[in-house]
Design a protein around this ligand. Structure first.
Ligand code: ZN
Length: 397
């Protein structure tokens, strides 16, 4: 097989020590990311507030845009004194980062530049320094660990994501590569193979891999875009293959949406039922991740399949019209506040996704932090784009 020189994705080992913050005045960030329990929100509240204050001050001192932005809004980092102050931080819309490069980190400290995998329109992008890559990955690591999804057992991987290729810096590609660390890799197969001048969906290679993995009996990890896994299993059905019976310690973890295939889209619950039918895997084997290129904090669904807010962020839902903070149970735009990013000032970010937030106790899984339910993805589909979903919502008012 031909070897291509691919981009260094800066993926550290799970056992590596924590990366140091880029400045000694960011000590609360270091402490926050050293906590073991990713959902102990109450205990982390004070530390979180301090970390946000330090992060805002750090960007304010080094980034002329961010300084002007806070000054323009008559806001100072010292205004952040308690958890109730977080919603007052002037937020920036995710789209803003698509068209503006407003790095705080010096160019020589930027080690990675990731983009979204969107095929149409303006791509999302984010710049990373060492700390920000670490903080992003750590937010996923602790949640995977919390849900018992890190395993030492030899495992076969079928990645429904892009095979690494020269100059390919897509965020979803890196996410899947990073998830290879969560089990001992036996065999690795890519469904989206690099051909030398682009990527192709290797349908028959995927079918072969699934049949082989079933026979071997090792746990299997299926990661990546759900539409491609769905197409593989549908084709197997059409070809007369009986349902597969994979090792019950397998994991099906899809993310990145049904981009380009929204007409075929199954709801997460339908998808889990489908996986049970076609792969013989119980619902507990299915997990999902939620994230945004601009945000970088990972959200891993709990055993009841809800995205609880981990200690690395706090979230608000804002009215689509007034942008005022809404109570639990009402749909609006997701506003996330996080101190994770030292490379770009993404302290308070307004995402285009339409989301409802619920009280943690309503889930019943044992995690007590609030959880978000994604109702509409921004810019995924022409028909259900957030703007349209939001305008539908406005009509109902
Ligand atoms: Zn839950």
């Amino acid at each position: 097989m031909k070897e291509y020189k691919t981009i260094d994705l800066h993926i550290r080992n799970l056992t590596d020590p924590d990366v140091r913050v880029p400045d000694e005045n960011l000590s609360a960030l270091q402490e926050l990311y050293a906590l073991q329990d990713p959902y102990d929100q109450e205990k982390s509240d004070d530390l979180f507030v301090k970390a946000i204050q330090q992060c805002a001050a750090y960007h304010y001192d080094r980034n002329s845009f961010f300084r002007k932005w806070l000054d323009y809004n008559y806001f100072k980092s010292s205004d952040i004194q308690s958890i109730v102050d977080l919603e007052k931080i002037p937020f920036l819309h995710a789209n803003f980062y698509k068209t503006h490069e407003i790095k705080t980190a010096k160019d020589e400290d930027i080690v990675l530049h990731l983009t979204s995998s969107g095929t149409t329109g303006q791509k999302s992008q984010m710049f990373y320094d060492d700390w920000t890559i670490f903080s992003s990955d750590k937010s996923a690591d602790t949640q995977f660990d919390y849900y018992g999804l890190i395993s030492n057992e030899p495992t076969n991987f079928l990645l429904y994501s892009y095979e690494p290729a020269p100059n390919m810096n897509v965020g979803t590609l890196r996410t899947r590569q990073m998830m290879r660390r969560y089990a001992k890799e036996n065999e690795l197969v890519y469904a989206l193979k690099y051909t030398g001048n682009g990527h192709e969906f290797d349908l028959f290679g995927s079918i072969d891999a699934l049949l082989r993995f079933e026979k071997q009996g090792l746990p299997v990890r299926l990661l990546g875009f759900p539409a491609f896994l769905y197409f593989t299993l549908e084709r197997m059905k059409d070809m007369g293959y009986p349902p597969l019976k994979l090792n019950p310690k397998s994991l099906v973890m899809m993310g990145g949406g049904w981009k380009g295939f929204v007409d075929k889209q199954l709801t997460p619950a339908e998808f889990r039922a489908y996986i049970k039918e076609r792969l013989g895997l119980p619902e507990t084997c299915c997990h999902e991740s939620y994230g945004a290129v601009e945000h970088g904090v990972a959200y891993i669904d709990c055993n009841h399949h809800h995205f609880h807010i981990p200690i690395y962020s706090r979230a608000f839902i804002r009215d689509v019209k007034t942008l005022e903070v809404l109570p639990y149970g009402q749909p609006g735009f997701l506003n996330v506040v996080s101190p994770m990013n030292t490379a770009v000032p993404v302290v308070s970010l307004l995402l285009g996704d339409l989301v409802v937030m619920h009280e943690g106790k309503d889930c019943g899984c044992g995690v007590n932090t609030p959880y978000i339910e994604i109702i509409g993805r921004a810019g995924v589909s022409k028909n259900k784009s957030c703007a349209i979903a939001a305008s539908e919502l406005l009509k109902k008012k």
